[in-house]
Design a protein around this ligand. Structure first.
Ligand code: CAA
Length: 284
């Protein structure tokens, strides 16, 4: 099936980034969320990003307008009826995601691939909530989506080779480099990244170093583009905690236990950039 219309569920940080790269690759995009204000905010983020690219002379004003004209917003999941491929990038909450997949399975045309940007929920569990498990796959983008080159493509136990191939090629069409992973907790990216972030939080917790110093060590000592605590603030501390819980629950190995300080911050509503405070303050 030729993919012309690409559906994105969720207009947040990840969803609007995915919508932007899909529209920039020439696809018509339907960006869906549950409230008008959420899709408006997502569209504003895309507009701002594209305006920055125009100011940097990376794209012309005309190209910006064309990309934007390809993004339609929606607050009714039934609009996914006209999608030829769907990626779900809603909140990282399992009951919410499972409900979306049950609904999408009813709404979308038979044969349409239903992918998920989940960072840690098992693909097999999501697929089991649909009547088309062979068409369910993980398509895991990195934040910030327009900049990061990777898409982790995750095969569930029932994912067909054809579904894998289509998703792999679509990732390349978006200008990304795909990497293949199997369906184990955290896949590849978060299995490796999150324990590092969690360990950095332990270093704060045990007063081994201040956040600035921990981040300086990793930036200048290991050439990471940003330190693990600044990165945790970018990803969202609630997301980091949810992923650590998934690793801990999935493997029952104490090496994945979330740092108590991470939990404390999340309980206090210190979620990182999105709430104005995490390991750093973003209030200004
Ligand atoms: N949206 C779009 N573009 C952005 C952006 C955003 N939020 N933030 C930065 N950019 C762009 C800038 O416009 C700039 O573009 P040009 O090259 O065209 O000028 C470019 O990115 C570099 O930005 P800056 O010069 O401002 O800053 P930088 O060099 O420090 O780069 C960064 C910023 C790209 C975020 C870089 O610090 C980086 O790569 N950090 C690591 C990010 C990372 O590890 N992401 C993965 C997180 S894990 C994940 O997402 C998976 C999960 O499941 C949790």
């Amino acid at each position: 099936m030729e993919i012309k219309t690409f559906g994105v569920i969720g207009a947040g940080q990840m969803g609007n980034g995915i919508a932007q790269v899909a529209a920039a690759s020439g696809l018509n995009v339907i960006m869906n969320d549950i409230k008008e204000e959420f899709v408006d905010k997502g569209l504003q983020a895309i507009t701002k990003n594209l305006e920055r690219s125009v100011a940097k002379e990376k794209i012309s004003a005309d190209e910006k307008d064309k990309i934007l004209s390809r993004v339609k917003t929606s607050i009714d999941l039934k609009d996914m009826k006209s999608a030829d491929f769907v990626v779900e990038a809603a909140t990282e909450n399992e009951p919410v995601k499972l409900k979306i997949f049950r609904d999408l399975d009813e709404i979308c045309v038979p044969g349409v691939i239903l992918s998920t940007n989940t960072s840690s929920i098992p693909i097999g569990r999501i697929a089991a909530n649909t009547s088309r498990p062979e068409l369910v796959i993980g398509m895991h983008f990195m934040n910030p989506v327009p900049v990061m080159k990777l898409v982790e493509v995750i095969r569930g136990i029932a994912t067909s080779d054809e579904t894998f191939k289509v998703t792999w090629e679509l990732s390349k069409k978006f200008g990304k480099t795909p990497a293949e992973a199997n369906d184990f907790p955290g896949f590849i990216a978060n299995r490796i990244l999150m324990p590092m972030i969690n360990e950095a939080v332990f270093c704060v917790y045990q007063s081994v170093g201040k956040p600035e110093d921990i981040d300086t060590v990793m930036k200048l000592g290991m050439n990471h583009p940003m330190g693990p605590l600044a990165l945790a603030d970018l990803i969202g501390l609630d997301t980091c905690l949810a992923i650590m819980e998934t690793l801990y629950d999935g493997f029952k190995d104490s090496k994945y236990r979330p740092c108590p300080l991470l939990r404390k911050y999340v309980e206090a509503g210190w979620l990182g950039r999105k709430s104005g405070r995490g390991f750093y303050s973003y209030e200004s």
